[in-house]
Design a protein around this ligand. Sequence first.
Ligand code: C2O
Length: 586
Amino acid sequence: MEVFNHKSSSSSSICSFFAFALLGLLLLITTPLATAKVHSHHFVIQATPVKRLCKTHNTITVNGMYPGPTLEVENGDTLVVNVVNRARYNVTIHWHGVRQMRSAWADGPEFVTQCPIRPGRSYTYRFTIQGQEGTLWWHAHSSWLRATVYGALIIRPKQGDSYPFPKPHRETPLLLGEWWDANPIDVVREATRTGAAPNVSDAYTVNGQPGDQYTCSSKDTVVVPMKSGETNLLRVVNSALNQELFFKVANHKMTVVGADASYLKPFTASVIMLGPGQTTDVLITADQPANRYHIAARAYQSAQGASFDNTTTTAVLQYESAACSSRGKCTSQNQKPVSAVMPAFNDTATATAFTTSLRSPKRVETVPTKIDHDLFFTVGLGLNRCPRGARARNCQGPNGTRFTASMNNVSFVLPSNFSLLQAHQQGIPGVFTTDFPARPARQFDYTGNVSRSLWQPSRGTKVYRLKYGETVQVVLQGTSIFTAENHPIHLHGYDFYIVAEGFGNFDRRKDTAKFNLVDPPLRNTASVPVGGWAVIRFVADNPGVWLMHCHLDVHITWGLAMAFLVENGVGELQTLQPPPPDLPVC
Ligand code: C2O
């Protein structure tokens, strides 16, 4: 107003003042309506016959769909999702990567922020998307239900905002999944009973379809149409349970523009790697001869000697132009697609080249530089000796042991009577302790030949307490206990900067100098390199109890998790909202 008045004569200034006031009033009335929307959805969790690999299973789905519905919102919008459980299992839904500012009650991990929704019951998740754009996803967070209960969550810029890249002609979500020719709940129950590693999956899938490399699947292969010259924003999600995946489009370069709903400094790649939980947005251009090309994903398997699903899932990128007649009928439907040459299963060099290429688009001012909590967490597997008198059939891990996993030698145990968040908010004693260790009780050569005396962790429900607004650094150090392997470590309720990663043992003196505090990528899931480490930083600006865990479900089953308890700050805006009235009880 001041600048404006300055430049105007007095008479026109009065007139303009009213015009401006009117405009302002109009904006005030219309803006909130036009930009922030509330999206209501109804999710019915139900068993549905799903036929894959020649066999029909009674699969747990949302609304009978596998994968489940895609949710599309704009940054700033609110989601209200009423979940009704008509299945025979307990269930919860987690909105993976959503920051859930002050709304931890809607985060979803079973026994962490809520008790499970029992069969026949329901719960409504309410939350607002704040400052996130790109691709996230949602999935069940109870037992192994997320094998089939998952879907995409697409967050576009608010009206008036645009992508930081030319608007693509098309957008295609590609959810990479993992299919068992069995009931996944039976698979995990069997593993828990025997103590052995669970059976590996029988197929990977793209949007629920295995593709043309599997029996009985070819005719249902997912087709992604494109016209010559067009660009397509592929929103790739690794929703597999237990496997890091390489992803590639035959003969097409990808421009990587985002990950985990944060933009990246664009770079080109011919192959990308995603750990379970991670998303990557890439642009492809139809700049190749009109044809059919494979879109393919298969395992990045970092653990040596372990069995894994070595199959390849495919979809088809199909050019519509030259391959089709003027009447729009394609003549090339049955033509064999150009295949994608995938990296070797154990190609850690390619995986590392990708993860270390990620940068924020510009210099970030928000990387914490003064650290209040300097934490060091080991992440890895373990083996429990079998108790005397235990039956051999319950000890079918290596040499008659049972598999386990831990962070800082604590194997995480979920409570069963209250959720951690409820216990914290209502001051219920005896549910958890606040003594999760800031560093391992004993230092050792983490990635070397680890003494057998360190292979058996203790069990506990321990959280690490943070005050509102404190800054945190966590060195996530992989171990070689039993076997070294890449661990996708996911933190609920936060995005964190990945300031460095490397191989071997983290060396504070040497490695601190390599930290990228200028333009590190912002993510919710970090790939901790096999036999290596990653360093993350975040500000504890979201009160609640937040699970941090390996997103390989087999590892969370074995206890590779911990939780941060973030206290309320001052005033309403720094305080956890009250629990919703329909919050499930245990
Ligand atoms: Cu995507 Cu705790 O999970």
